[in-house]
Write a protein that binds this ligand. Structure first.
Ligand code: FAD
Length: 202
């Protein structure tokens, strides 16, 4: 049994992460070898103090939550690259339409447009933000339904892919690549509109 509640939480996270990677590996047809908590990613190789050793007055307890290899080398974390940021952001963005309802409310449609506009101003890579602003100008957001939103996003992601000399993604496979979140009893699903006027019934 785990001695530390953080350790139990971390092990649960590793299980979920392995499960997601296994599903993705099945999709792309490459084997995935589930990782141990320390092997999954060097940045996740935390060292956990055992409960008996935790001392609230110990100023080192925050340091014990740092990735172990950083503590070992006495270095600070390596900077996030443009590629890391891009992959994380695309994961967030593609998960939005995956969870988006077939019949969104007017508010949800407005929110998507605002979110994209804010991203094109605040994305923390200026050349990317400027490029995305231009992409949005030529390809205004289409988020009238789950299908419309996911196809539009796939299309604009492909515009970015092309500009970087990457392969384009087949948009008919977008739902297979970015499925709904695994969430007990669909508790993560966004509710949409139940009327033709785009507002929920009360
Ligand atoms: P990513 O392009 O990050 O894609 C992640 C995963 O999404 C892929 O592995 C694939 O499985 C899936 N995928 C790929 N294409 C699609 C698609 N069309 N639809 C659905 N799923 C897909 N980098 C720059 O250097 N210059 C820029 O101007 C720039 N602009 C960006 C603008 C935005 C809004 C974002 C979010 C990122 C931008 N980036 C930019 C980063 C760049 O797009 C990539 O994220 C980065 O180069 C890493 O690429 P990757 O090959 O790992 O896959």
């Amino acid at each position: 049994m785990s001695e530390n509640p953080l350790q139990a939480l971390f092990q649960t996270f590793v299980k979920i992460s392995n499960s997601v990677q296994t599903h993705l590996s099945n999709l792309i047809g490459q084997p995935h070898h589930p990782s141990s908590p320390t092997a999954i990613n060097p940045l996740l190789s935390f060292s956990f103090p055992s409960k008996s050793k935790v001392n609230p007055s110990n100023t080192d307890s925050a340091a014990s939550l740092q990735p172990k290899h950083i503590l070992d080398k006495g270095k600070s974390a390596s900077p996030v690259t443009k590629e890391d940021l891009g992959r994380a952001t695309w994961t967030f963005l593609h998960t939005l339409p995956a969870q988006y309802p077939d019949n969104p409310t007017r508010q949800q449609k407005k929110d998507v447009k605002e979110l994209m506009a804010i991203l094109s101003r605040m994305y923390p890579c200026k050349e990317c933000a400027d490029h995305f602003k231009e992409v949005l100008r030529v390809n205004p957001v289409q988020a009238g339904s789950h299908a419309e939103f996911s196809q539009w996003l796939c299309h604009v992601h492909n515009i970015v892919n092309r500009s970087l000399g990457k392969l384009v993604f087949p948009c008919e496979r977008v739902d297979a690549r970015w499925g709904k979140l695994e969430c007990e009893q669909r508790a993560c699903d966004l509710l949409g509109s139940t009327t033709e006027f785009g507002e929920e019934k009360h």
